[in-house]
Design a protein. Structure first.
Lengths: 379, 879
């Protein structure tokens, strides 16, 4: 930073420092004037600081909740990649706040390692390894009821495209089914002979076969390759961060999913916090709603500050409140009271709802000041 | 005086002894009143339980109705019954303790381990529910007691209150006996507090009878008494209880006794909770389910959410709102009838006693309605007694005087989604019957005047009035904390008006200028720009209300040309304001609109709330006069386009329909190439939608070309005052594709796959799937009308579902975050647990409301101020 020496005299946050510096550099301001500007900036910064006692939580909740009424309910829409449907708008926001373990439309953005990113063929190869391939994608399956057989007629062209060999398919089928497998490499056929002569087994084996993942990751239903700027990026429908990160050719440092719970499990709580912020922000932005980052950050921090992901609601932040009265006023009134009684719980009346309920001033803003001046006393 | 505070509330289970101890009367008879209408002693309306009839006195405390809080009684149950709320816990306790010795089925050392873990978590303020669950899980499977060696059997629980041991059903009496055997020391391992509960208390032997004040009876017009639901339920309990005793004394067979016992259990269960699964709810004679204890507490209208967290209030008013551009944004017009009813208290002191006396003696509007004497008695001030009261008035009394101009009040519109939904206004008493407000404050309330009603509250204490004036005043809420931009600003006609005033070089003569500026709070009018003709420009007039600010930006009407010509913009869309002088550009939504208003934002930051309020007031006054001076109207003839335009639109739409037919043709022949990752059908649909969408846009372009820039609707759309070009397109050219869930309309006759019987089976053409060719002006064909209403219905359903969903989301967010506050050290803490949620609020400690659209410091503005001319030179070069 060119103006570091001036800026470092002031206790600015790093981000603000960088911003002032870049602006100053853009205009190539003289040092003397820069000093003046920085001083003014600092005055402005001090003025813009939030005041103690401010109910930051309520303001954040309102700032995110209020635009909710203006959001669309349309579940499916196209974002970025036209080929993949993504849940957007209010349902998505609710999903984020609920910390659903299985979001309705999981999606991944996979970036590739250097030697794979530039080459379409190589990117295709990685995509093949990731995308779940079912037997019906590469073969025609016929059930022969008379001989109690399932005949798999492999399609050479499809296999070529998927870069999978006859051997591999056979192995996979042998491993996945308990039935005996015959092969005919000439005709590209695999025949499964059902041992037990019952139609039920035949049918269930067929079902099993149909659902079997021959290659790729089960959760990932589809992969789309797109060129962005000068590198190929994979977009997937369905998500499995753990497996994808291990995949060869994937640059796992730049690979993300929109499944927040998965990020929490694989990468930890800090990553989950960032994921919540990113997802909530992009959801709001896509709807054209302006919400300050600080509000979203506060929500994300409240959800993650306990070290594990907690949802906004009964089974999370609101449900783990210390106060019995606050919990009773939120949801599950009767159960909360009954449980509190046998546990001999004590409500310390330190939060908002509790004090409203008993009719006392709350400890926020002007109610948080404990200084009292004595008027009229001479002493 | 420092007010007293309740420091904490402890929750415990009532023991039978305690229930008896707090009881003032044992209730034994189900009768309530005798034939003369007097309450029966030892009945449910026992006068010892408190009074509800005015005039009578309580037999326990001697208080009158309203003074006596009521006193509990009790019922001695003939046989123990299980408390529904604890049935599940009881069954868990039974399966985790020995059926013989009653001790927990864990070795002593194991038990100690669990207890110390629970203690540890308790001391850290952590949840210990998990440990307790583990105890129940482990002990459930144990078949032999580690203490006495007795064999254990499976305990099964059946909703709502049945407990089985193997196949054998346990009576509440058996249950209670077993629970009695559980040693106090073992309670800790189940997470129970020995000081708060003994397990056997969860099986009721005595039932507390709530005071009559809790279940008052009401007297109907017919003179009949109608009892509260709780009383009804208690009558049932006592009746069965008495029958049980009689039968037992008479030596009735065990079977009958068991039936009665079960019935008693049923009544006690439904008395506590009438919505438990597994049994039918107890009903009133009319068939309505009774509202018993749990129902009173639960839910939105329950005790907690309906009576404790929120209450009905006095000193409030509600009526329809209507606009009044002549009011300042900080005012609210209050109808005289309301002003005469609402009051503000004057706390009489030696220094204001004369003023108070004057109000008492007045005969009209701002007069006193009531006085409250030192002893708390409230006296109505009438013409008759006014002089007497004024005579006797002394310091310490409170005079309640009517609302008058200049009083501070809170104004609110539901749903109160953010803090700007309740703001403080100054009263302006006006004739007629509606609340009036300046239309510029509509956006924060999200109000319009199609019949909206709003509420008004009068703060009563001086402290509340001060807080309202300082914290809740309108001008303190011009900037929204949501995004750090203005939320109060011009709307609709304000924007059209200023657009008409400032666009291009419109000239105004002296008379017009005087008309335009007469209501403005300004000192002088500038020199006319065209001195010879004595003419001013619109831009000059607008500049009179501007404080000294300098700005440069692209206006809303900016067409987004490929190369911006800056100040030489041909559309006059590049705004330049220098030292409070509008030099170039048109004022529109981007300049003064709510949510966008760059000028408002700038004034707020440079000069603060008061100056901004003045600007908005001036701006509304000027704009209203500007639009009236020009005249502005919109009618159906404004949607008219010439014949040649209609012809062109027809061609475009014909072309599109033909293209769609071609696409369908391709699809039928199997020549359609699917898009990656899509089926052929999906591809076809997407392509058709695209094609038709494009056609509609083209039609719109043609229409807007022929409408021209002088058209009122076009002016409103481009300036951002109201409506969009899409609305215009639909009115003048073509309504376009109707959709359900983002797809063309395809539901209808499933078997033949067509939407209406007017089409061939499986027809996919544009008309058959909901494309509306007509414009609103032309009118819709019957089939089009049908499709249009399908699309319209989806919109309505969507809104209805959305409001409830987002309302619940907001409630959850508020509940989860309400205890977070910024501390003196800049950290964000959770108040109840004192846990730090953020070390520095928002990572930089900046208030989003004061931030410049999210930025901590507006560096550019400071640089412009410091560098002056130099800055502009460099900025110009940058382009």
């Amino acid at each position: 930073m060119k103006y570091a020496d001036i800026l470092n005299k002031y206790p600015f946050p790093q981000k603000v420092k960088e911003e002032i510096n870049s602006e100053l550099e853009k205009f190539n301001v003289k040092k003397t004037q820069a000093r003046k500007i920085v001083e003014r900036c600092f005055q402005a910064y001090l003025q813009n600081l939030i005041e103690p006692g401010e109910p930051a939580g309520i303001v954040a909740a309102q700032s995110i909740g209020e635009p909710g009424t203006q959001m669309t309910m349309r579940t499916f829409h196209y974002a970025g990649v036209a080929e993949i449907d993504v849940t957007l708008g209010l349902p998505r926001l609710i999903e984020i706040m609920d910390v659903r373990k299985n979001p309705s439309t999981p999606m991944m953005t996979i970036r590739l390692a250097e030697d794979y990113a530039k080459d379409r063929e190589k990117a295709r190869e990685v995509a093949n390894r990731i995308e779940a391939t079912y037997i019906l994608d590469i073969a025609e399956v016929v059930t022969d009821i008379r001989n109690m057989q399932i005949i798999i007629k492999l399609d050479r062209v499809a296999m070529e495209r998927k870069q999978i060999s006859f051997e591999e398919v056979k192995k996979k089928i042998e491993k996945g089914l308990k039935e005996s497998v015959l092969e005919d490499e000439e005709k590209m056929e695999i025949i499964i002979q059902i041992k037990e002569p019952s139609y039920k087994t035949l049918l269930s084996t067929y079902e099993k076969l149909r659902k079997m993942v021959i290659m790729g990751i089960k959760e990932i239903r589809r992969v789309i390759i797109r060129k962005e700027e000068d590198e190929y990026i994979l977009y997937t429908e369905g998500s499995n961060l753990k497996k994808v990160m291990k995949m060869k050719g994937v640059d796992f440092t730049r690979t993300i999913t929109n499944n927040i719970y998965e990020i929490y499990e694989v990468l930890g709580i800090e990553a989950a916090r960032n994921a919540i912020i990113r997802e909530a922000k992009s959801t709001l932005e896509e709807q054209g709603l302006e919400v300050d980052d600080r509000h979203i950050m506060l929500v994300a921090d409240a959800m993650t500050s306990g070290g594990e992901l907690r949802q906004i609601g009964r089974h999370g932040v609101a449900g783990e409140k210390q106060s019995i009265l606050a919990r009773a006023a939120f949801e599950m009134t009767v159960n909360n009271l009954l449980d509190a009684a046998v546990r001999g719980d004590v409500d310390r009346l330190s939060g908002i709802t509790e004090n409203i309920i008993v009719g006392q001033p709350i400890k926020l803003g002007t109610g948080d000041v404990e200084l009292i001046s004595k008027i009229g006393s001479k002493k | 005086m420092i007010p007293k505070r309740i420091s904490s509330i402890r929750f415990e289970v009532l023991s039978p002894q305690e229930i008896r101890r707090m009881s003032v009367s044992k209730i034994i008879t189900p009768e309530t009143y005798d034939d003369d209408g007097f309450p029966i002693e030892a009945g449910l309306m026992d006068p010892k339980l408190g009074v509800i009839d005015p005039g009578l006195r309580c037999k326990t405390c001697g208080g009158k109705a309203g003074e006596c809080p009521g006193h509990f009684g009790h019922i001695e149950l003939a046989a123990p019954v299980i408390h529904v709320g604890y049935a599940k816990l009881i069954s868990k306790l039974l399966s985790s303790t020995c059926r013989e010795c009653g001790r927990v089925l864990l070795r002593e050392s194991r038990k100690e381990e669990f207890i110390s873990e629970i203690e540890r978590r308790k001391s850290l303020g952590q949840e210990y529910e998990g440990v307790v669950k583990e105890v129940f899980r482990i002990t459930k499977g144990i078949k032999k007691c580690p203490h006495c060696g007795a064999d254990q059997f499976d305990i099964k629980f059946e909703k709502p209150t049945f407990i089985y041991e193997g196949e054998h059903r346990l009576t509440p009496k058996d249950v209670r006996e077993r629970l009695e055997r559980i040693p106090t020391d073992d309670l800790l391992v189940f997470g129970l507090d020995p000081k708060a509960v003994r397990p056997e208390w969860m099986v009721l032997t005595v039932l507390p009878v709530p005071p009559v004040t809790v279940r008052p009876s009401i007297i109907l017009e017919t003179g009949q008494r109608s009892e509260d639901d709780l009383t009804h339920k208690l009558v049932d309990i006592i009746r069965i209880n008495q029958r049980f005793i009689e039968n037992k004394e008479a030596g009735a067979p065990q079977l009958i006794l068991e039936d009665l016992w079960e019935l008693l259990q049923y009544h006690v269960t439904t008395y506590l909770d009438n919505e438990v699964s597994g049994i039918p709810p107890a009903r009133h004679r009319s068939g309505r389910p009774l509202k018993t204890i749990a129902q009173r507490l639960k839910g939105k209208e329950g005790r907690f959410r309906g009576s404790l967290s929120g209450k009905r209030v006095n000193f409030s008013a509600r009526t329809v709102i209507s606009p009044d551009p002549n009011l300042s944004i900080m005012e609210v017009g209050v109808p005289i009838t309301i002003a005469q009813e609402l009051t503000v208290p004057i706390y009489v002191t030696p220094s204001n006693i004369e003023e108070a006396r004057e109000y008492i003696l007045r005969r009209e509007h701002p007069k006193a309605n009531y006085v409250i004497r030192n002893d708390g008695r409230r006296i109505r001030v009438l013409d008759l007694n006014a002089e007497e009261i004024a005579e006797r008035l002394e310091p310490g009394w409170i005079v309640e005087r009517q609302l008058k101009d200049g009083d501070i009040v809170l104004f609110n519109r539901q749903p109160s989604l953010h803090r700007m939904s309740i703001m403080a206004h100054y009263v302006k008493v006006l004739p007629y019957k509606t609340f009036r407000l300046n239309p510029a404050v509509c956006p924060p309330y999200n109000a319009d005047f199609d019949g909206d009603e709003m509420n008004l509250h009068v703060p009563q204490s001086l402290e509340a009035q001060a807080e309202a004036k300082i914290l809740m005043a309108i001008q303190e809420h011009i900037l929204s904390p949501r995004f750090g931009g203005p939320i109060i600003g011009g709307i609709h006609d304000h924007i059209s008006g200023l657009y008409l005033l400032t666009r291009g070089e419109r000239k105004f003569n002296r008379e017009e200028v005087i008309y335009l500026t007469r209501r403005l709070d300004i000192r002088e009018i500038p020199e006319p720009k065209y001195k010879d003709d004595d003419l001013w420009t619109g831009k000059q007039i607008f500049s009179t209300i501007l404080p000294e600010i300098s700005l440069e930006y692209k206006a809303e009407i900016c067409q987004g040309c490929e190369e911006c010509k800056g100040e030489n913009c041909e559309y006059d869309a590049y705004v330049i304001i220098k030292k409070g002088e509008l030099l170039k550009g048109t004022i529109d939504e981007k300049s003064v609109g709510a949510f966008k208003g760059i000028i408002i934002d700038e004034i707020m930051r440079k000069y603060g709330p008061e100056e901004t309020r003045k600007f908005i007031d001036n701006m509304t006054q000027l704009s209203i006069r500007a639009i009236m001076n020009t005249g502005f109207s919109f009618g159906i003839s404004d949607e008219e386009i010439p014949e040649e335009a209609i012809q062109q639109i027809k061609e475009v739409l014909d072309g599109a329909e033909k293209k769609v037919d071609e696409l369908i043709q391709q699809y039928r022949e199997g020549n359609l190439e699917p898009m990656p990752g899509r089926s052929i059908e999906e591809t076809l649909e997407m392509k058709i939608m695209q094609e038709l969408g494009r056609a509609r846009d083209k039609a719109g372009k043609i229409a807007s070309k022929y409408l021209g820039m002088e058209n009122s609707a076009v002016i409103m759309a481009v300036s951002g005052a109201r409506g969009s070009m899409l609305n215009l397109t639909q009115m003048a050219a073509c309504i376009g594709q109707q959709s359900v869930r983002g797809e063309r309309i395809k539901r209808g006759y499933t078997y033949t796959n067509r939407t209406l019987s007017h089409f061939k089976p499986g027809e996919l053409g544009s008309r058959a799937r909901g494309f509306v060719r007509s414009s609103y002006k032309e009118g819709l064909k019957p089939i089009e009308f049908f499709f249009h209403s399908i699309g319209g219905r989806e919109g309505l359903v969507d809104t209805a579902v959305r409001t409830s969903q987002s309302g619940y989301l907001q409630r959850r967010l508020i509940n989860a975050l309400q205890d977070l506050k910024v501390d003196y050290d800049g950290t964000v803490k959770e108040q109840t647990s004192n846990l730090i949620v953020q070390f520095k609020y928002g990572e930089d400690g900046v208030d989003p409301m004061k931030s410049f659209r999210g930025k901590a410091v507006d560096v550019r503005r400071i640089m412009r101020e410091v560098l002056g001319e130099e800055f502009e030179e460099i900025e110009a070069k940058e382009k």
